[in-house]
Design a protein around this ligand. Structure first.
Ligand SMILES: [Zn+2]
Length: 351
């Protein structure tokens, strides 16, 4: 049976497919939780490592989790924090600082060890609806031997993460989803092995880990197809960091359910707004609020959008706000792009 919903710890059922914008530090830049809700965005992704650093997991735990901390009633996925610690670890000598025990890196002059246990316990303190296991990122430049090693470690950590997750949620009436992450880079044989072994360990879903762009800059659909092929039908499938509308659309057609990306919010802050070409298809173009073109334009950014920006303000006013570098421009553009993405996912439910 294919999953139809993403169910939160509160029992809310969110229809699939679903897109989670990145609220890295428990905030979507320039917005508050009411703004996010009004864009019909059902869930957000938070970053475990950043929240572990600031304000700290004990602070968030004392509030009952990240939802209560930021007054957000929708869904929350926490990432493992692995991507950030791997980046920090590079300052200590790359892969040498990644061992089977965990990842060692330097922060504020101090040497820190980040382990599968720390990742899982932090995410449980956040009380998120989906917990992601710590994985060892397969660098796209890795040869087969190096990629094999990252898969071996990913599987070892996945097994540890599951044990720690089970031991720490024994008394929970309802548990969050636990997501395994498939590594293996562009090596089909490794993607297949990693998927099958993760399924043997047993998870609620699998994520497409690593870098999904090939050396010719096209999307690696071969890997996503292999993961799909060897994953049971009742698993959630999550394209980690996948966010371009056409990539999401293609993955949805082949059976993927969950996506997250910084793209819509980052693009909004860089004057790039997504605009539908019509009400029913997936065709869209970009709108740039350039003052030289739009200063006398009284129309809305998009006649096919019901967001706060399009219902209340003109292209001219938005161009003016961007020109004078006013924070409100970033807020309105972010609201618009998030509404575009929530509408994109609604349209994809009927494709
Ligand atoms: Zn709009």
């Amino acid at each position: 049976m294919f999953p139809k919903f993403f169910e939160t710890l509160q029992g809310d059922k969110i229809p699939l497919p679903v897109f989670f914008p990145d609220a890295t530090r428990a905030v979507l830049k320039t917005l508050d939780s009411t703004d996010i809700k009004n864009t019909q965005t059902p869930g957000i992704l938070v970053n475990s490592f950043h929240l572990l650093s600031n304000p700290g997991k004990d602070v968030i735990k004392s509030f009952g989790g990240v939802k209560k901390y930021m007054n957000w009633n929708g869904a929350v996925i926490s990432d493992s924090g692995g991507f950030q610690v791997m980046s920090l670890a590079k300052t200590l000598g790359g892969k040498n600082s990644v061992t089977d025990i965990g990842v060692t890196f330097k922060m504020d002059g101090k040497k820190i060890l980040f382990t599968p246990e720390i990742s899982i316990k932090t995410q449980l303190a956040l009380n998120s609806d989906m917990v992601v296991v710590l994985d060892d990122f397969t660098d796209p430049k890795n040869n087969l031997t190096e990629a094999k090693d990252s898969v071996r470690r990913t599987l070892r950590w996945a097994e540890n993460c599951k044990k720690i997750f089970e031991a720490n949620t024994k008394s929970w009436l309802k548990k969050p989803y636990l997501l395994g992450v498939v590594q293996g880079g562009g090596f089909a044989i490794l993607r297949k092995e990693c998927t099958k072994e993760l399924v043997d360990i047993g998870f609620d879903g699998l994520g497409y880990g690593g870098w999904p762009i090939k050396s010719d800059l096209t999307f690696d659909y071969q890997s996503s197809d292999i993961i799909r092929q060897y994953t049971p039908d009742n698993y959630l499938l999550y394209g980690l960091g996948v966010g371009k509308p056409h990539e999401i659309a293609t993955l949805v057609k082949s059976g993927w359910h969950i996506f997250d990306c910084v793209l819509p919010t980052r693009d909004a802050r860089h004057c790039r707004l997504y605009v539908w070409k019509d009400a029913s298809t997936l065709n869209y173009s970009y709108f740039t609020p350039n003052k030289n073109i739009y200063y006398r334009d009284k129309s809305s950014v998009s006649k096919f959008c019901d967001c706060h920006l399009c219902q209340n303000y003109s292209r001219s006013y938005l161009a003016h706000l961007f020109h004078i570098k006013e924070m409100t421009a970033l807020r309105l553009a972010t609201i618009h792009n998030l509404r575009f993405y929530s509408e994109l996912m609604r349209k994809l439910r009927y494709v």
